[in-house]
Structure formats: structure tokens, C-alpha cells
Design a protein around this ligand. Structure first.
Ligand SMILES: Cc1ncc(COP(=O)(O)O)c(C=O)c1O
Length: 431
């Protein structure tokens, strides 16, 4: 809630009152305030050393208006599918400011990435390396790569671990030598360095720094052993945001200082003067900037509990379930009333999984109230089960300097027949 205000009992987002937004755009609705994204970006950018470049992880929020804004702030883009690459290219990122990740790149994905001259493709297996070389040869284009490593060091505290232990992601550190020896011999591959991303939603900056230090030491070892110049060292994303009041805030200033310190320390041991360092944050940049607004359809009791049934479900906002957290939830049109009722907020889907907030303290709730769920800017729309139970997709609205616009229009029930055989009626032949 730190970025939001209230006025006359109503929640205000980026100088705009949410009742205006709901009236104009309907519910369920995602609203993103670009000013908050800018503040998060600037906090990070000013804290970290200049030698570290930020590439926005598009998967956190691929809305094209958000991507365009990220580009205007001067970031690169991290993509993990041909779809994300397409969005990145369409929203202003040149190939040279895009990094391509992912453990399951198809030949078509690789062709598309090479055709668009992406800056770096991070490879995640020996097989992928060979396929990349073959396709690069067919296209007669030298391809710059980093090897994504699954490190031996396991930072087990990471909430969503993607490095350490057994992983489908990256190449185990123990197998890295084979990959490097192969990569340096392949004609169409130029090995620039390494990439390690240990996991998402890390709130303790010391943990992330420990992993980054480990990455730098792995880079040093490989540089010495294979006489590699190490032109790029990618630390991945993972900077977390608190979802509950009890959670600590990621200390971005301490993180920046620590990052400068570890880079400086390792730079005494081998030449890092020409190295590009990369961070790929997603959640940290966009989570706080988004709120999910829904309308209460019914209020009901079941045994000892009171329920508010809202018009948006986990098909629109799956993350609260995935994170298993009590998201900050408010009645956005009753901000000044005492939160003295225990309410369970559930969506309209006919599954008991569709519950956002179990027994949260809210003011008395009535049909027509607007429920706001904070921290919805990252992995909200993009990480939801949007087709589950065939409810139209929510709309997305952007606020910028007190003005607002529809950044993605609401879905329609007709969308659920798109790309099905009923489109051209030929299903009749089969029934
Ligand atoms: C390779 C890679 N980089 C960056 C990110 C962004 O992570 P976060 O949103 O935790 O910063 C992800 C998220 O899954 C990822 O897979």
C-alpha cells in the first residue's frame, strides 16, 4: 500500500480515484501505475554499480504498454519464449538489447531469435548448444551465448528455487567443462560468459549477494581454466517484494553496496574491466505498481465464515494461490471504515481453490463493493489460468501522470471459440 493514497473513503492510484476507473472500464480490472514502476527502477538503478545493466524480465508483466515504458526508461529486455521476443521487438527493444532464456527452445524459437539478432542466447544443455550451432550455420550468423549454470551452492531459502539441487534449468556446474570445451570449438558460437539465476522472491539481499559472489567465483575459475575473456556475467533476477506486512523489504541500497563490493573484490583476482554484468529483475520492478480490482457480487455465510464472492477469480490472478500468502486486500470504496469483520474473499469459479484471502480483516462488506488486491503488477495477468472455466479475461489499464488509458481490452465469451474447429463449421463432418 505504500504507494497508494485515500481520499473521501476511496482508494486513489496515481492521482486517479478507483471508482472512476471501475465506472469507465468495469471489473475485474488490472490497474498499473507507471510512476511506481519508475520509482522502483530508479531505486535499483541508482543503488547498483554503473557496470551492471538491467534487463526487464518480460514474463513478470508482458503488457505491451508496460514493455514500451521499460524500454523508454533505458532497460534491455529478458525474454523466455518466441512470444515474449515478439512483444519485446514490437514494443521498441532492438535485438541487441534482448537476452533470450529458456530450457526448451525449439528450432523455430532459435531461428527466430537468431534472425532478430538478439544480444545473447543463454544455453541450457549440450544438445541445445549443438542445435544452436547448426541453425546459426544455416543462417550464416555468429551467435553470442552465455551458459546458464545450475550451481552446486544451493540457497535453499529461496522461495521459488531455480538453481541448486536437481533442476531442469541450466547445466549442472559439475558438467560445465564439457559445454565450455565444446562451445569454444564450434564455428558459429561465440561464448561470452555465464548466467546463474537461483530463484524468485528473495527478500534477504544478503542471500542474493551470496549467490552473486558464488557466480563471480565460478566465472573466475572458468576464465582461468579455459582462458576465457568472460565478457558477460548474468546474475538473473530474484529481487523480492513483501506480500504481507510481516515480511521484510528487500533492501535495495544494501544490495547495491554489496554488489559493488563483491564485483570489486573479484575484480582484484581477474580482469573484469570489459565485462558486462546483467541483472534480470521482473517482480521487483512491477509488482507494487499493480492492483487487481473486482466487484463483490454476493455476500454469504457458511457455518462460521462470511464470504465475499467477487467477479474476478484465480483464473485472472493465480499468484495469490501460488504464493500461498495473505495478499493485502482492501474494500477500495470503504477505506476510512474500521476493518473489523473477518471476511473470506472468493472468486466466481466453481472450485474451492478459488479463494484469494482467507479470513482477512475488512470493513462490513456488501454487494457492489470494490475489492482491491495489492501487489498484482507482477505475475498477475501473465501467470494466471486465463482460460480456466471460460470466463473472459480481465482488462488492463495504465495510469501515467494522472491520466489513464485502456492497455488491454476485456475479453469476450466468443474468445473461447477462437482457433477451434467451430470457426469454419467443419466440425459438422465429424458428428
Ligand atoms: C531466467 C530468468 N530471469 C529473470 C527472471 C525474473 O525473476 P524475478 O521476477 O524473480 O526477478 C526469471 C523468472 O522466472 C527467469 O526465469
Amino acid at each position: 500500500m505504500k504507494y497508494f493514497e485515500t481520499k473521501n473513503n476511496t482508494l486513489i492510484i496515481g492521482q486517479v480515484d478507483i471508482l472512476t476507473l471501475v465506472k469507465q472500464y468495469g471489473t475485474p480490472l488490472y490497474v498499473y501505475d507507471l510512476e511506481i514502476i519508475k520509482q522502483q527502477y530508479q531505486a535499483l538503478k541508482t543503488a547498483i554499480p554503473e557496470s551492471v545493466n538491467i534487463f526487464y524480465a518480460i514474463k513478470a508483466n508482458p503488457n505491451p504498454s508496460i514493455c514500451q515504458f521499460m524500454h523508454s526508461l533505458g532497460m534491455g529486455a529478458e525474454v523466455a519464449s518466441a512470444g515474449e521476443l515478439y512483444v519485446a521487438l514490437k514494443t521498441g527493444f532492438a535485438g541487441k538489447s534482448i537476452i533470450y532464456n529458456g530450457p526448451g527452445k525449439t528450432d523455430e524459437d532459435i531461428e527466430y531469435a537468431i534472425q532478430n539478432k538478439v544480444h545473447i542466447i543463454n544455453i541450457e544443455s549440450l544438445d541445445e548448444l549443438h542445435r544452436l550451432n547448426t541453425i546459426a550455420e544455416q543462417q550464416q550468423r555468429l551467435v553470442k551465448i552465455c551458459v546458464r549454470i545450475n550451481p552446486i551452492l544451493s540457497i535453499t531459502q529461496a522461495k521459488m528455487q531455480t538453481g541448486g539441487g536437481s533442476q531442469k534449468l541450466g547445466v549442472d556446474e559439475e558438467q560445465i567443462e564439457t559445454i565450455i570445451k565444446t562451445a569454444v570449438q564450434l564455428d558459429w558460437i561465440r561464448l561470452l560468459g555465464i548466467h546463474i539465476y537461483i530463484g524468485s522472491q528473495i527478500l534477504d539481499e544478503k542471500l542474493l549477494l551470496k549467490s552473486i559472489e558464488n557466480t563471480l567465483f565460478i566465472a573466475k575459475r572458468l576464465a582461468n581454466e579455459f582462458d576465457l575473456p568472460m565478457r558477460c556475467i548474468n546474475f538473473g533476477g530474484g529481487l523480492g517484494v513483501p506480500y504481507e506486512d510481516s515480511e521484510p523489504k528487500f533492501n535495495v541500497k544494501q544490495f547495491g553496496k554489496g554488489l559493488a563490493y563483491v564485483i570489486e573484490k573479484v575484480a582484484q583476482l581477474f580482469d573484469l574491466s570489459k565485462t558486462q554484468f546483467i541483472l534480470e529483475p521482473g517482480r521487483f520492478l512491477v509488482s507494487d505498481a499493480g492492483i487487481f480490482l473486482t466487484k463483490v457480487i454476493n455476500v454469504k455465510h457458511s457455518r462460521e465464515k462470511q464470504y465475499a464472492i467477487i467477479d474476478g477469480g484465480i483464473n485472472h490472478a493465480f499468484l495469490p494461490i501460488r504464493m500461498n500468502k495473505k495478499y493485502a486486500t482492501v474494500i477500495a470504496n470503504k477505506m476510512d471504515l474500521p476493518a473489523n469483520h473477518s471476511i473470506t474473499v472468493g472468486g466466481p469459479l466453481c472450485t474451492s481453490m478459488d479463494v484469494f484471502s482467507n479470513e482477512v480483516q475488512l470493513p462490513e462488506v456488501e454487494a457492489g463493493d470494490i475489492i482491491g488486491i495489492f501487489n498484482s503488477g507482477a505475475y498477475g495477468f501473465s501467470a494466471s489460468l486465463l482460460y480456466f472455466l471460460s470466463a473472459p479475461m480481465p482488462a488492463e489499464v495504465i495510469i501515467h501522470n494522472g491520466k489513464h488509458f485502456l492497455a488491454r481490452s476485456r475479453g469476450k465469451k466468443e474468445d473461447f471459440l477462437l482457433n477451434t474447429i467451430t470457426n469454419d463449421n467443419n466440425y459438422k463432418d465429424f458428428i
